[in-house]
Design a binder for this molecule. Structure first.
Ligand SMILES: Nc1ncnc2c1ncn2[C@@H]1O[C@H](COP(=O)(O)OP(=O)(O)OP(=O)(O)O)[C@@H](O)[C@H]1O
Length: 420
């Protein structure tokens, strides 16, 4: 008995599923004369239309196809740097006034100078999308020998030879190999090492290691770009930029925004507005990003001009690991002994970053934007339907009209005709 009931139940479920599956809903148009619904519908239409035309078509240039920039950058630095003899820098730099720093880097009439040019202070001479200008350095003439380790190194100071044992990993950052002995020099007793001697001494810093006049150096940035899709090649050296023009112009945001020659002082004043920080950067080193932006619209013109911006990339002066420096050495033989001049170079690393996007009218993106816009317009119907079916007094009636069940109408009509 119960088996038969179950069978019947399953058959009924199957029948209702089949009825659902075998039904078809078709669109039906119903005109509702209501100011409120009409207003909601039109406002939704206007908003969508202004979004499609204003934002997608006009602002996002939905009628254009785009291409990103491919670029090559080369640089050339010019300017005369000077080393002044026998003047010392004071150590408490952070407490010094701006005038003190200005004095350090400016030229003075009463001192003897040693001149440096681009081949001396640009290291290495040529780099990809980057240039390093040395503004300060520490030079140590060295030979292979045994000498005291620098006092600032961890565990480098000793009292007697027994202190030279069990150094562990402390000696990893040292200048040479510990010999296991102490050595006394200049009223200090330090561990003796086998190394390039004498070792570099950070505390022995003279003003003559600062390169004066650095702020007046100029960088010529030659930037060639290409938008492959549009077969367009452009450069930041413009047709009216003659050699004599390039030798005299310097970039200025307002007065000469297209001159590709940049004065260091101008770049630094935009990248680091704090004057003291600017000078500390030249003493301890720093990194500056030069951004070149090519945003081009080739609809009505084939011309396009770059925009430059400058910002400091490294973190400002902190007590640990601030600044930017590296070492290099010049080697030669003197009296048949190998000698090297070790340079610890501090300076400004300029990184040049080129980005850009070009757009040009094309029928395909225009059609895609219009098609997507037409699709979006149906949202206005959804909004009006929502208000109609859920926020009006006659919502039940509207729901019935909207979701009309044809079978029930047919049944009603049939019973009416029978009655007649
Ligand atoms: N950093 C710079 N500051 C000022 N002028 C520059 C700078 N770099 C190049 N110039 C000048 O721009 C012009 C074009 O430079 P480019 O390097 O193409 O030619 P160049 O004849 O090899 O230059 P040069 O021999 O003077 O280094 C030259 O007149 C050059 O002197």
């Amino acid at each position: 008995m119960s088996q038969e009931i179950n069978k019947k139940k399953n058959f009924n479920i199957f029948k209702s599923h089949m009825r659902g599956f075998m039904s078809y809903s078709t669109e039906r148009s119903a005109t509702i004369k209501s100011v409120k619904i009409g207003l909601v519908y039109r406002i939704a239409q206007i908003l969508l239309l202004s979004y499609i035309v204003g934002w997608e078509l006009m602002h996002n240039k939905g009628y254009q196809e785009f291409d990103t920039v491919s670029s090559v950058v080369t640089t050339k630095v010019k300017g005369q740097g000077f080393l002044a003899n026998n003047l010392t820098i004071e150590t408490n730099l952070k407490e010094k006034s701006n005038e003190y720093f200005e004095n350090l880097f400016s030229l003075k009439s009463n001192v003897e100078y040693h001149m440096l040019d681009t081949a001396d202070y640009v290291i290495p001479p040529n780099e990809y999308n980057s240039v390093f200008i040395m503004s300060n350095f520490l030079k140590t003439k060295q030979t292979q020998d045994r000498c005291p380790e620098e006092s600032t190194k961890y565990k480098a100071i000793c009292q007697n030879d027994s202190d030279c044992e069990n150094l562990g990993s402390a000696a990893n950052s040292w200048n040479g190999i510990p010999t296991g002995k102490c050595i006394r020099k200049d009223n200090k007793t330090n561990i003796k090492i086998f190394s390039w001697c004498p070792v570099e001494d950070e505390n022995d810093r003279n003003e003559d290691q600062l390169i004066r006049n650095v702020l007046n150096f100029t960088i010529f940035i030659k930037n060639d770009i290409e938008f492959k899709k549009f077969k367009k090649k452009l450069r930041n050296v413009l047709p009216y930029h003659t050699n004599s023009y390039l030798q005299t112009c310097t970039y200025h945001e307002e007065y000469d925004p297209h001159c590709p020659i940049f004065q260091l002082n101008y770049i630094l004043s935009l990248a680091e507005p704090d004057i003291k920080e600017k000078y500390l950067m030249m003493i301890k080193g720093g990194v500056i990003l030069i951004e070149i932006l090519w945003n081009c619209d080739f609809d009505f013109t084939t011309k396009c001009l770059p925009k430059y911006s400058f910002r400091r990339f490294d973190t400002k002066e902190t007590n640990t690991a601030s600044g930017f420096n590296f070492r290099f050495a010049n080697r030669y033989r003197q009296n048949n002994i190998e000698v090297r001049e070790l340079y610890k170079a501090f300076g400004l690393r300029f990184i040049i970053n080129v980005s850009g996007l070009a757009g040009k009218f094309s029928i395909v993106p225009l059609m895609i934007t219009i098609g997507a816009g037409i699709g979006l317009m149906s949202i206005s119907v959804i909004v009006a339907d929502c208000v109609l079916l859920h926020c009006t007094k006659k919502k039940r009636l509207y729901q019935e009209i909207k979701e009309l069940d044809v079978n029930s109408v047919l049944e009603k009509n049939f019973s009416n005709s029978v009655r007649l």
